[in-house]
Design a protein around this ligand. Structure first.
Ligand SMILES: [Zn+2]
Length: 1106
């Protein structure tokens, strides 16, 4: 157990050495113990406390100091465990009786130094010092030695260490210690710098206590500290006292932890002083270490500014069905809306920080009943029968198989009873041949055409480019002509399909001539689907990228490298808003709630009233800088993260700074290489319709804004990025991630259905239910047609195991939709693996669990302002219809003996890189929680890891080591846990895909793109082959081999699970409390410097100069 096991010294050697020097007094108890049998440290510590001989004590102290400075921190921690702190405290008390005259500083000084070094690493040193009676004794020692710089420094170092504990700091403060030390902090001098520094550090340490902060503020120390800082800053022209200046900044950082301190700092001119000193520091290389602490101090103290909104409530509100009123009262707290006791809290900084750290282990479910008991269904069995219609494959007679020899129109669909989708002739059908060719031939061949278009036709389309309202007006026109049917109506949409009254010729021509082939996308089809989409504000304009479509950028896009000092630069620019208001415009240029946007020729134009759009307000701050405010989720006051808006009227080649100022999360992948995405209509019309990762100078930090009404205790964060637009007269779109609308899903499903060969595969889209806003929620069945209508073939089909996939329960996670798109296209493809999967399984897919949230540009919730992925335990049939009916359908499958083999819910993840799975394992949860339950007797199918293992081999985006199979209490009402526990699906997963990029494998360093998301969706299907061992069909067909097809490119190594989640950033990301440290400065080096000081008795005149 000895932590010194492999280190370079032996105890016996040391102790022989000690004996050889004959340093122990005869008859001391410690000598009676045999050195070989007793621990050496213990011998030394015992000698320290019991010896009265001065030289022996000095020797022991020297040896201890040598031992500790030669080794690592482990030695110090070992000594602490062996009672080292107590021994030193006792030695101090024994050797100092309170009278200077009786004090032998030859012993006391080394004790103090050692105490500082050891106590610094001992978390309970304050408590131990109080118990030993050493706290006030040290303070007394300091008071008696104020004229003696070296002794005072030693006392100050120890006081600094004692003050690590808040209660000890308060004790020292209440005994005037803080005031005594404050008086030791002089104006500029060149003498006794070590002692001065020790006094300032001790003063800073005492400010960990709120009582001490209040007392310091009330005694005017804030202004004193500012004066001291200014004095040292202006007179220390040779920069030999940087450490002192830094220590003063640390005091100010500590004092401004409280709102009281921040207000005083500002009222005493702290902002202006720091702003000016920082200007000088930035010009001088040796002063850079003072810039970051100064900037963070100013950022922290900027006056709180309410968001310029009339209400914190979302601009969108939707009347919930009357029935719910009682329900909403119950759930109100989740909105963070406890208005009653929300006086501004002084400690908002610290409290926010602490809220972010949840004890993970406490969250693990340890109740065996909740881990393995399958509770009774949440509804009577009789109601389940309604879901039988969602298994149409079980009653289908496959008559079309008889027609297959004739090979008539592919539109004679297997599901023509409820789908009138197939009204298209063969030439428009997407066959896999066309698709694969299109992939091989990127739009290069059309480049020259595009160039001509650009030159010749661009002006004639100016109208289109200035704003997309041209497209929008078409939608209105069509909307009026085609009144939509009831939501549950199974796709009676031939009205739109056949309605060609709208004039699309301009755009049609454009699309034809630029010739970009966009798989599974047709603008006219998109348009027709959009007419039926119901939004709260009644969108009548389509965003151009959604309408025209887009293709992935041909090349991979690397994640951005963070420019050193970018956060500092941006924060200084924000501080300048208060310091130098000459160039500040502060003009609202866009307001979602006010259509009368001012016509400002020199400002950008913004727009967001389209599906998935989210931008509430834009304020021009400076000529090329805009503050943007996001809209909270409908009916809510929070969940601002997703954004998607249009911007136009830009000057090309000019960097525009955008600040999204009401972000809520405390950190973001935008600090770790993530870029937002940008789509240029000009580029699209020039043949490159792509969403591109864009933006420079990206960072994310805590800002000075607060809610408009000031009643919620919330701090906001700024996401800032700079865009330099390429073209003038362009219309661009910016988004958090690649948008994927509900309309896109509906159009996609139609095109997919059209693409399949109904004699080979069975594809049927139905509607699970209508959402609160009346949008139909589609559910898709995909399986293979039986080879014939023989009884045994039909029987095989009806006994295929089910696989249930869902996604997009969180509307701000379009990455989940792109993965689902990859899955759907793969399952409908002619790939032999897809064929095998269809012949083996029946896929039941709900591709968008939260259409209303998606349509209205929300981030987290549904219209009932709840996170739908926390509703699975007891979903309300009226408030959460999609969850209620998905769960009901799963109950139904269970009740007819067709419990799904696999369930997976696709999500996006904003804090981690790569793609990974969360699953459920009873045993892993109990192991991780170190529960007392004996898991040996518990039976658990180990197959829950099979899919992750397969993905680890075949999917380069996938990180096996990021997967987790523990069941947390806080997740007990998520799809994954409820489907596992209540429906009894052993392989029940959440699949998380990053918004950012990859830090492992062959994609390491690259951004996640649409291509990689769709590939992940395909690879997930591939991994399902690992499930087919249960089904004898695939044993014969050697399909299992397909799983190895991609093996040669998979040389990736998953990163170590124990590594930090994120690599360290180029600069410290510091939002709130502590002062950024000074490189190469720590307490131990301070102690060593003090020890090395010459022991001068004079030269203390300046010490009391303040
Ligand atoms: Zn999610």
């Amino acid at each position: 157990m000895s932590c010194h096991g492999h280190n370079c010294f032996t105890w016996n050697g040391i102790l022989r050495d000690l004996q050889g020097r004959n340093m122990f007094c005869r008859g001391q108890p410690s000598m009676s113990a045999s050195p070989t049998s007793s621990n050496g440290f213990e011998v030394l510590l015992s000698a320290l406390q019991n010896t009265e001989d001065v030289q022996s004590t000095v020797n022991v102290l020297n040896i201890l100091d040598e031992l500790l400075s030669a080794g690592t921190d482990r030695r110090i921690h070992y000594m602490i465990r062996k009672g080292g702190s107590e021994a030193l405290l006792n030695a101090l008390v024994n050797n100092y009786s309170g009278h200077c005259a009786h004090c032998n500083y030859k012993i006391v000084l080394p004790i103090l130094y050692l105490l500082a070094k050891v106590g610094h690493k001992d978390r309970s040193i304050g408590k131990k010092a109080e118990e030993a009676g050493a706290v006030l004794l040290t303070l007394n020692l300091l008071k008696n030695n104020i004229k003696h710089a070296k002794r005072a420094a030693a006392c100050l170092l120890v006081i600094q260490v004692f003050a690590q504990s808040v209660s000890t700091a308060t004790l020292i403060g209440s005994n005037q210690g803080q005031d005594d030390i404050y008086r030791l902090m002089p104006r500029y001098t060149t003498e006794n710098l070590q002692t001065i520094k020790a006094s300032i550090n001790a003063f800073a340490a005492l400010l960990c206590s709120n009582t001490n902060i209040s007392s310091a503020v009330s005694k005017g120390y804030v202004s004193g500290l500012l004066q001291l800082y200014e004095d040292w800053h202006s007179k220390d022209t040779k920069h030999s006292a940087i450490e002192i200046r830094h220590a003063l900044l640390c005091c100010l950082h500590r004092i401004t932890r409280r709102a009281l301190g921040r207000r005083t700092f500002v009222s005493q001119g702290g902002l202006r002083l720091l702003y000016h000193t920082t200007q000088t520091c930035m010009l001088n290389k040796c002063l850079t270490s003072l810039v970051e602490p100064s900037v963070q101090l100013m950022r922290k103290c900027l006056p709180k500014t309410p968001l310029p909104l009339t209400s914190d409530h979302s601009a969108y509100s939707f009347p919930l069905p009357a029935r719910q009123c009682t329900a909403c009262n119950v759930v109100k707290t989740s909105d963070g809306h406890n208005l009653d006791f929300l006086e501004e809290d002084e400690e908002d900084d610290e409290e926010c920080q602490e809220a972010a750290t949840i004890d993970y282990d406490d969250d693990l479910e340890t109740d065996l009943n909740k881990l393995c008991l399958c509770p009774d269904p949440d509804r009577p069995k009789e109601v389940l029968h309604q879901y039988s219609s969602l298994c149409p494959e079980l009653s289908h007679d496959f008559q079309e198989l008889d027609l297959s020899s004739r090979r008539s129109s592919p539109s004679s669909s297997s599901s023509s009873d409820d789908h009138n989708l197939a009204c298209h002739n063969g030439e428009r059908r997407w066959s896999t041949e066309v698709l694969s060719q299109a992939k091989k031939d990127p739009p290069n061949q059309t480049k020259s055409d595009a160039a001509i278009l650009k030159a010749k036709d661009f002006n004639s389309h100016n109208g289109l480019l200035k704003t997309s309202t041209v497209v929008g007006s078409k939608v209105i026109q069509t909307r009026e002509e085609a009144k939509t049917g009831p939501a549950n109506d199974d796709c009676k949409d031939n009205r739109e399909e056949n309605n060609n009254s709208y004039d699309f010729t301009t755009i049609d021509k454009l699309i034809e001539r630029q010739g970009v082939f966009i798989p599974y996308h047709e603008p006219t089809m998109y348009h027709a689907a959009a007419v039926k989409t119901k939004s709260i504000p009644g969108f009548d304009i389509l965003a151009f990228p959604d309408f025209l479509g887009h293709v992935p950028k041909p090349e991979n896009e690397p994640m951005a490298t963070r420019k050193p000092g970018v956060q500092r630069q941006k924060v200084i620019e924000d501080i300048q808003r208060f310091m130098n208001t000459d160039d500040i415009i502060n003009q609202v240029v866009f307001d979602m709630e006010d259509d009368r946007s001012p016509d400002m020729p020199d400002s950008l134009r913004f727009f967001s009233r389209f599906e998935c759009g989210n931008l509430r307000k834009a304020i021009q701050v400076r000529r090329y800088e805009y503050d943007l405010i996001l809209n909270a989720d409908a009916n809510c006051t929070q969940h601002t993260q997703w954004f998607y808006f249009e911007v136009s009227n830009m000057e090309p080649g000019v960097p525009y700074r955008f600040n999204i100022i009401n972000c809520e999360k405390s950190n973001s992948q935008f600090n770790y290489g993530m870029q937002p995405v940008l789509y240029s209509v000009r580029d699209a019309l020039n043949g490159q319709p792509c969403w591109l990762r864009s933006g420079t100078d990206i960072c994310y930090f805590r800002n000075h804004f607060c809610p408009a009404r000031g009643s919620r205790r919330t701090t906001f964060y700024t996401l800032t990025f700079t865009i330099t637009f390429k073209h003038n007269e362009d219309v661009c779109y910016l988004a958090y991630h690649y948008p994927y609308t509900y309309t896109a899903l509906m159009a996609h499903l139609k095109l997919l259905h059209r693409s399949i060969d109904p004699t080979k595969m069975y594809f049927r889209q139905q509607f699970l239910c209508a959402t609160l806003a009346g949008n139909p929620c589609p559910i898709v069945t995909i399986t293979g047609c039986p080879p014939s209508r023989d009884y045994k073939d039909i029987h095989q089909l009806r006994n295929r195991p089910c696989i249930v996939l869902t996604s997009r329960v969180h509307p701000g996670e379009p990455n989940a939709s792109w993965v689902m798109k990859g899955t759907l296209e793969f399952l409908c493809s002619r790939d032999p693996v897809a064929t095998a999967l269809r012949e083996t399984f029946v896929f039941k897919i709900v591709p968008m669990l939260n259409p209303d949230g998606v349509i209205n540009g929300m981030h987290r919730c549904d219209l009932n302002k709840e996170d739908l992925n926390r509703q699975w335990s007891k979903p309300d049939p009226f408030l959460c219809p999609t969850i209620y009916h998905t769960k009901g359908f799963l109950y139904y499958l269970n009740s007819i003996g067709r419990t799904p083999l696999v369930f997976c819910d696709y999500h996006g993840h904003s804090r981690k890189k790569n793609v990974f799975l969360y699953g459920c394992s009873m045993k892993e949860t109990l192991w991780q929680s170190s529960s007392a339950v004996d898991t040996a007797g518990l039976k658990e199918d180990p197959g829950y890891r099979a899919i992750a293992k397969a993905l680890d081999r075949i999917a380069p985006a996938f990180s096996f080591n990021s997967c987790n199979y523990t069941v947390e209490k806080s997740r007990s009402s998520t799809a994954r846990v409820v489907v596992w526990r209540e429906i009894g699906v052993l392989r029940s997963y959440t699949m998380e895909s990053t918004y950012n990029g990859f830090d492992q494998g062959i994609y390491k360093g690259l951004h996640m793109g649409i291509r990689e998301l769709e590939e992940m969706g395909r690879n997930f299907c591939h991994s399902l082959l690992s499930m087919t061992k249960d089904t004898k069909e695939l044993y014969d067909t050697s399909m299992i081999n397909y799983i190895n097809l991609d093996h040669n490119i998979q040389d990736h190594r998953s990163h170590n699970i124990f590594e930090d989640d994120e690599p360290p950033c180029a600069e410290e990301i510091e939002y709130s409390i502590e002062c950024p440290g000074l490189p190469g400065s720590d307490l131990e080096s301070d102690v060593n410097k003090c020890m090395a000081c010459t022991d001068e008795e004079e030269g203390v005149a300046h010490l009391e100069g303040n």
